[in-house]
Design a protein around this ligand. Sequence first.
Ligand SMILES: *Cc1c(COP(=O)(O)O)cnc(C)c1O
Length: 309
Amino acid sequence: MTSPDALRPRLPSPLREVADERFTRHGVRLLLKRDDLIHPDLIGNKWRKLVPNIEAAAGRTIVTFGGAYSNHLRATAAAGRLLGLTTVGVVRGQELADRPRNPSLARCEADGMRLHFIDRSTYRRKGEPGTQDTLLRALDEPDAYVVPEGGSNSEAVRGCQALGRELRGHGDFVGGVDGADGVDVVALACGTGGTLAGTAAGLAPGQRALGIPVLKGGFLDAEIRGLQERAFGGRRGTWSLDDRFHFGGYARVPAELEAFAADFEDRHGLPVERLYVAKLLHALVTLTGEGAFPRGTTVAAVVTGRPFP
Ligand SMILES: *Cc1c(COP(=O)(O)O)cnc(C)c1O
């Protein structure tokens, strides 16, 4: 491995207040927690989740999983390039194998990741030990370090605890960020829920985490309980999910959401990642309009990524 200096982060990530009348008129203060600025290639929560896994891999090949537009696959590939590690991305969809690469998969390959395409039913069974062993043998990587889809395992969840701690404010924790004092609610978009599971565990008593799932299905509550159980031995922190803001499911960006995101970019100069961050910000505007947050509430929205390309 070359020097892990290549992964040196900007931590704690910046926290800044934005003036937006859709919040201020309800007496709500909105802060943006800029995890998108942690590292140019391992963006946002992907840095927090991957770095502990890279340490655990100790130089072995990293095999991981994702869909054709996975931010996690791109981050893993970038880490491989920066550290000189071998990475293999197992991609959902056998039919993609012979098609021209989309920009996301093209980036993975340009960063040296080997792509291996599997059919959707095998992909669904990828967590089963038998399936995994067969796969690693097929890849000729029997000793590889396997990171699950989306990167959410116990190492990742514990890594995300630091995000919660940074939002405790100076009074509570030396690592807290300027201006974090008084954060009541930490809001973030959820895919696998690993980031929420860790963040909630890092918050101070009296603070709570609010997750906005970007996938349809309502299965995430149980997933997050399981992740916290495995990482910490039980439920940690105060957290809840609001399932109303997935806009039809993963990677669905209807015109209304696109317009909302473009408008937010104009107002605040923030590049708004569409698959997760736009859904989060839209949820917060809606919830604030509904009076979900009492006057005087400070909400920190975690900017977990930035647009690609
Ligand atoms: C991966 C990702 C998430 C989801 O994180 P989970 O830990 O899987 O819930 C959120 N936002 C962005 C921008 C991401 O890339």
